[in-house]
Write a protein that binds this ligand. Structure first.
Ligand code: FAD
Length: 536
C-alpha cells in the first residue's frame, strides 16, 4: 500500500456487487448492465485497452490484486494476433540459441505455471519430432538440434516442471517415428529426435478464460467498446453497438493493443512481422500425434512445423515476414508464403502436400518493438513496459506463453507510478476458470461428455452440458456432420463466454471458421442457437 494513494472521487462499484458478483459468466445482458453502470460512475483504478492475451492477463492480474478494473476491447476477445498463433507454450529454446538466458528461463518458468497450476486443462504436452532424413539437415545440424533439446531439458528442470509431464529428449527408430507422424518419408529415414513442449488446445480459449476469470475477480469486461483520445488518466469509450460514448477516468491506463499500440499511443514505434499457417485435414499426414519439425534450408535456427490441432486438422507454419504499412483487421497470407511452407514441409513427407490440399490459411502480425536494422526474425521477442510522455503505460511484445509475466510487470509499473493501493501479484497461483482448484471447475469426470469437450473446457464441461439441458438429446450432438463441436458449446459461448454474434462463435469461441466450408455448414445451426439463447 502506498501512503499517498488517493482513490478517484467517483468510484465505479464494479461487478463485485450486483447480479454478476463473483461469476465468470459473460454475456450480452451483463455487458449492457455493466456498460450502463460504468457510464453512470466513470472512474476506476485501472483501464486496460485491448482484449488479447496481454490485456486479458493485465485485467486478471489487476482485479485479483483488488484494483477496480475495466477492460475494453474494440471488437471481440482475441480478435487480434492472439488467435493467429501456433498455439505453442514454449520453453524458451530459441532464446537460448541467441544467448538470452534470462528470457529463456522466464519462458520455461511460465510454461510450467500454465501446465501445472493456472491452465493445465488447456495445455497438453506435445511431442516434437525432428526426422533424421538424408538431405534435410546440414552436416552437424542434427547434433546441434540435440544439444538444443538437451539445453531445453535443463531449462525445464530449472523451472521445476516434472519429466513425467514433459519427457526428456530421446532418439527413436524409424518405425516409431512413422507411428508418431505416419506421413513421414520412409526412404532413408534413420529415426528421429523427439522432445516435448506445451500446446494449447486453442489460443482464443486461453484469452476467453483469462477474461472470464478476471470478471470473476470483479473486472468489468466490455467487448465492442473502443478507446479513443487516450491519456495517462482517461479515455473516451465508444460503444460500437449504439454509437454512444463517454469519458472514463482512471488511476492508470494500460495500452495492451498489440500491433495497434501505436494508434492508441503515437510515441510507440512497432515493426510488425507476419507469420502464416496453412491448414490441412489431419488425414493428409496420416493423423500425426506429434509435431513434425522441418529445418528451413540454409538456416540453423528456423523450422517449419506441422502441428496436430483440434477439429481433425494439422497446421503447417510458420513464416516471419516484414509487414510494414497500415494494420489490417485480419492479415492475409501471401502466395509466396504458401509456396515456402509447402516446399519446406514436403521435403520430409512421403506424399507431397499441394495447394489443392489446403483447407484454410491464416496469418497474424507479431507486435515487435522497432529496434532498427536487421530482419524481423532478428528482432527481440522480449516484452517491454513503457510509459509515454502522455502517461499511458504500454505493454507490448512478448508472446502468449509469457502473458502472465507481462501482466505482472505492467500492473507493477502502474501501481508504482500512480501510487495505486494494490496487493502483490499472485496470478502464478491462480487457476483459470475450468482448471482444477477454480471454483467453477468441477473435479469429477463427466459421464457421456465427448473427449473434445473435456479438452476444451476441463472441469467446466459439466456446466456446459447443464446449460444445454433444456434441449434434451441435442446437448452432445455435433453442430454439423463431421465437426466435433457440440450444440451445447455454441449455447455456452453465448450464455457464459461473451459471444455476441455468429462470427464471435465461429471465429473465436470455436475455431470452426478457420475452414470456410465448415463455417458455412455450421452457420444455420449457430444462428438458430444464438437467437434462441439471446431471447432467453
Ligand atoms: C504467426 C504467429 C505465431 C505465434 N505463435 C506463438 C506461439 O506459438 N506461442 C506463443 O507463446 N506466442 C506466439 N505468438 C506470439 C503471440 O501470439 C503474441 O505475442 C500475442 O498474441 C500478442 O497478444 P496481444 O494481446 O499483445 O495483442 P492482440 O492479440 O493483437 O490484442 C490486441 C487487441 O487490442 C484491440 N484493440 C486495438 N485497438 C483498440 C482500441 N483503440 N480500443 C480497444 N481495443 C483495441 C484489438 O482488437 C485486439 O483484440 C505468435 C505470433 C504470431 C503472429
Amino acid at each position: 500500500m502506498t501512503p499517498n494513494a488517493r482513490p478517484p472521487a467517483q468510484r465505479y462499484a464494479g461487478p463485485t456487487v450486483g447480479p454478476f458478483a463473483g461469476t465468470t459468466r459473460l454475456n450480452a445482458r451483463r455487458r449492457t448492465v455493466e456498460l450502463e453502470a460504468l457510464a453512470g460512475r466513470p472512474a476506476v483504478d485501472l483501464l486496460v485497452i485491448g482484449g488479447g492475451v496481454t490485456g486479458a492477463g493485465v485485467a486478471l492480474d489487476a482485479a485479483a490484486r483488488g484494483l477496480r478494473t475495466v477492460l475494453v476491447e474494440a471488437r471481440d476477445l482475441a480478435f487480434g494476433t492472439s488467435r493467429w498463433s501456433s498455439k505453442l507454450v514454449h520453453g524458451g529454446l530459441r532464446y537460448l540459441a541467441s544467448g538470452r538466458i534470462g528470457v529463456a528461463r522466464e519462458s520455461a518458468a511460465e510454461r510450467g505455471v500454465l501446465m501445472t497450476r493456472t491452465a493445465p486443462h488447456l495445455v497438453r504436452p506435445l511431442p516434437q519430432l525432428v526426422p533424421l532424413l538424408p538431405g534435410l539437415m546440414r552436416p552437424g545440424q542434427a547434433a546441434l538440434v540435440r544439444a538444443g533439446f538437451l539445453a531445453g531439458d535443463a531449462l525445464r528442470l530449472g523451472a521445476g516442471t516434472p519429466g513425467t509431464l514433459l519427457p526428456r529428449v530421446r532418439r527413436v527408430d524409424a518405425d516409431r517415428a512413422r507411428r508418431l507422424v505416419p506421413g513421414l518419408r520412409a526412404v532413408g529415414l534413420a529415426g528421429a529426435l523427439v522432445a516435448h513442449d506445451g500446446q494449447l488446445i486453442d489460443d482464443a480459449r486461453l484469452v476467453v478464460a483469462l477474461a472470464r476469470t478476471a470478471a470473476h475477480y470483479g473486472a468489468t469486461v466490455l467487448t465492442r467498446v473502443r478507446a479513443g483520445a487516450v491519456t495517462g488518466t482517461s479515455a473516451r469509450l465508444t460503444d460500437a453497438l449504439t454509437g454512444q460514448s463517454f469519458t472514463v477516468t482512471a488511476g492508470a491506463v494500460v495500452n495492451a493493443t498489440g500491433v495497434w499500440a501505436g494508434e492508441v499511443d503515437p510515441s510507440i514505434r512497432l515493426r510488425p512481422s507476419r507469420g502464416t499457417h496453412l491448414l490441412f485435414d489431419a488425414a493428409a499426414l496420416g493423423h500425426p500425434t506429434a509435431a513434425l519439425t522441418v529445418p528451413v534450408p540454409g538456416s540453423t535456427s528456423r523450422f517449419v512445423f506441422a502441428l496436430p490441432q483440434q477439429l481433425g486438422r494439422v497446421a503447417v507454419g510458420l513464416t516471419d515476414e516484414d509487414a510494414p504499412g497500415p494494420i489490417p483487421d485480419e492479415p492475409v497470407p501471401t502466395d509466396a508464403e504458401t509456396g515456402f511452407l509447402l516446399d519446406t514441409v514436403n521435403a520430409a513427407l512421403h506424399t507431397a502436400l499441394t495447394r489443392a490440399d489446403v483447407r484454410g490459411a491464416y496469418a497474424g502480425l507479431r507486435p515487435l518493438l522497432d529496434t532498427g536494422g536487421g530482419g524481423t526474425a532478428d528482432l527481440s521477442r522480449e516484452h517491454a513496459v513503457l510509459e509515454s510522455p502522455s502517461g499511458v503505460i504500454t505493454v507490448v511484445g512478448g508472446k502468449l506463453t509469457t502473458y502472465r509475466r507481462m501482466a505482472e510487470d505492467a500492473v507493477d509499473t502502474a501501481v508504482r507510478l500512480r501510487g495505486l493501493s494494490a496487493r502483490a501479484c499472485w496470478t502464478a497461483r491462480l487457476p483459470l476458470v475450468g482448471a482444477p482448484g477454480h471454483r467453477d471447475g468441477h473435479p469429477l469426470p463427466v459421464d457421456g461428455a465427448p473427449a473434445s469437450l473435456l479438452a476444451r473446457y476441463g472441469g467446466e464441461a459439466r456446466s456446459v452440458l447443464a446449460v444445454a439441458e433444456a434441449r434434451p438429446g441435442a446437448a452432445c450432438a455435433p453442430i454439423a456432420e463431421g465437426i466435433d463441436v457440440t450444440r451445447a458449446e455454441i449455447a455456452y459461448a453465448v450464455t457464459h463466454e461473451g459471444a455476441l454474434d455468429v462470427s464471435d462463435v465461429l471465429d473465436r469461441r470455436t475455431r470452426i471458421g478457420l475452414v470456410a466450408e465448415d463455417a458455412e455448414r455450421a452457420r444455420p445451426a449457430v444462428e438458430e442457437i444464438l437467437t434462441d439463447r439471446q431471447a432467453g
